[in-house]
Design a protein around this ligand. Sequence first.
Ligand code: SAH
Length: 352
Amino acid sequence: MGEKRDIKSYSLIELKEQMENMGEKAFRAKQIFQWLHKEKVERFEEMTNLSKSLRQKLNENYEIRTVKPVDILISKVDGTRKYLFEIQGGSIIESVLMKYHHGNSVCISTQSGCRMGCRFCASTLHGLEKNLTASELLSQIYVIEKNIGEKVSNVVLMGSGEPLDNFGNVVRFIRLISDENGANLSQRNITLSTCGIVPKIEELADMHFQITLAISLHASDDETRKSLMPIAYQYSIREVLDACRAYFSKTGRRITFEYSLVAGENDTVEEADRLAALIKDINCHVNLIPVNPIKERDYVQSGKKAVEQFKSRLEKNKLNVTIRREMGRDINGACGQLRNEAMKRRKEITDV
Ligand code: SAH
């Protein structure tokens, strides 16, 4: 018997085709799709408007893939929740729920691990383990919604992994989560953050999604960027910014630039001015992130004063700037750190 097919990753059109191939009526596909993406059921037995024989047939040929919570940390300060999930095959990933006045925002992982090698990032320390399937991307959101009994209104693809290095599954995810027959999340409430894989940004622009593109820039010159992010050896800042201009002209969506401030590396006012000169013709927003130190590297967070100065220099240049608010301070740990700790714990247990 072959492997069961991952039903939650299929589009409605694909499901219709498959139902017809199974000798079923096409409208069954819509019913199934709604059970999966609206009701978010995790077992075929719950699909009560399908005949028992169809449910059985589905059970034999398909699986409803999900993610299994293995730990949930809840912040006493602001209600932020960090979830550790186990995916099929045993890898661990993390997702974060942030509660804002305007709604619930979830930060999801797109890969277990990452192969981009950014020097300050904990997610990449052990390389890439696995690309997540569309169903595993969706399930992070669905399971969190179930856990809190509330809807998620914003999704950011900013957890572990490089979304454009898992392009096919991420595109599938965007289509599925925004499908009006399913979760029906507005694409405008989705942000995809990338280290800047230029050909993939161009490909994404051609899809004309209404999502926000966030670019991890972190430097105002190629040499500094190379010292922080290996991807800068492949694509220059100029090429990344040209891809951003193309993205804006094709989608009309304002670009977000992320800039993690590292003391003594990229946080001087000269660098702020140089950054402003580079991006001032782009319809954009700058998000400053005081770097979150990880114990495996000795990068130091820029001081409050340096951050404020950097911000006001950009503002003087008429740029729109925010400093990222630190959420869940008491359950902190930079992106990927929680997962690394869980992996270490596991290793210690199996080593005994
Ligand atoms: N791979 C994608 C998305 C994941 S990281 C990307 O590179 O954009 C999400 C954001 O957090 C990126 O801007 C990343 O550079 C930043 N980041 C990662 N580790 C960090 C740390 N320790 N401190 C501050 N920002 C960090």
